[in-house]
Ligand binder design. Structure first.
Ligand code: DP6
Length: 311
């Protein structure tokens, strides 16, 4: 009645920012993301105790987090109480996306602990109930998510790229993705245009990814992310996720491109910048980002596989 699973966080190149169903976590537009090897969560689930216990990085989780985990277990048909221990290999204090890897690892570990055979599709749909973006961490590699579950469209080895994650602040952000995307959908006058843009971006991104066109895909990912933030900034009240270091990183990448070093930014609902580049230039990109005032650390990641049982 015990199992351990690992999963990786993912970074979207065509972002998910808006739900068509708040309760079921179904997106308004399809998104494309890649799993990142150094952003890894390991979760073990032990079934049969007297109450649900959730421990995150050695500390007891909040009642709301326990409730989210329980909802996922209920949806999986697991009635037994669970002791869940989850550990991130990366600094969660910085507010890096740990919910995607966390819920993907939880779905896989819980079903394994309960002896329930589930397809990748079913596991992805379960993880989605914890957090929408977690659906994409189950198949891993390059994944597209549109409806109940996400599917891998290219394996992690399809294209050897690097993703330099520049940590631009410490501490959790003021408005989480869930509340932020709801507020944006309900109050941004640009939201319909943003969703239309994502629907145009996805087929183009898949074509550029298939052709391994770094200039094309990098530029598309950067403009998709900036448009997501433009939509969030247009919410009432406005959602500003950036720190001065965020802008510093965007400018550093722009000047690198002027020097013919190809690197582009993407930014989730937080201050951190993820630079997309080729392996040959990753060191240069890392060094330049580290020199930006306010950047606390840079993690250089490669594409990773999906969620899996390890014991
Ligand atoms: C900006 O998956 O965290 O990272 O479904 O409400 O749990 P919920 O939101 P979440 O949102 C992620 C938003 C994003 C973009 C993305 O990953 O596509």
């Amino acid at each position: 009645m015990k199992a351990t699973a690992v999963a990786h966080a993912n970074i979207a190149l065509v972002k998910y920012w808006g739900k068509r169903d708040d309760a079921l976590h179904l997106p308004q537009a399809a998104s494309l993301a890649v799993a990142l090897d150094r952003l890894r969560t390991e979760t073990s689930v032990d079934l049969g105790g007297a109450e649900d216990i959730l421990e995150l990085d050695g500390k007891p989780a909040s009642p709301e987090q326990v409730q989210r985990a329980r909802a996922l277990l209920d949806a999986a048909g697991i009635r037994e109480k669970a002791r869940i221990v989850s550990r991130n290999d990366f600094p969660t204090a910085a507010g890096l996306a740990s919910s995607a890897s966390g819920f993907a690892a939880l779905a896989v570990a819980a079903c394994a602990a309960a002896g329930k055979k589930r397809s990748l599709e079913e596991l992805s749909a379960l993880a989605r109930l914890g957090s929408g973006s977690a659906a994409r961490s189950v198949p891993g590699g390059w994944a597209v998510w549109e409806n109940e579950s996400a599917r891998q469209v290219f394996s992690p080895s399809h294209w050897d790229l690097r993703f330099c994650v520049a940590i631009c602040a410490l501490g959790p952000k003021a408005t989480g993705s869930r509340d932020g995307m709801r507020a944006t959908r309900e109050s941004s006058p640009y939201h319909a245009a943003w969703i239309e843009q994502c629907r145009r971006d996805l087929p183009r991104a898949l074509h550029l990814l298939a052709g391994k066109n770094l200039d094309g895909l990098g530029a598309l990912a950067e403009s998709n992310a900036l448009r997501m933030h433009a939509d969030a900034l247009a919410a009432e009240p406005p959602l500003l996720y950036w720190e001065p270091a965020t802008v510093g990183c965007l400018q550093a990448l722009r000047s690198l491109r002027e020097e013919r070093v190809q690197a582009w930014a993407t930014i989730d609902a937080g201050p951190h910048v993820v630079a997309i580049c080729a392996p040959e230039t990753a060191k240069q990109v890392e060094t330049r980002l580290r020199a930006v005032s306010g950047v606390l650390d840079v993690l250089v990641c490669s594409p990773a596989e999906g969620a899996r049982v390890v014991s």
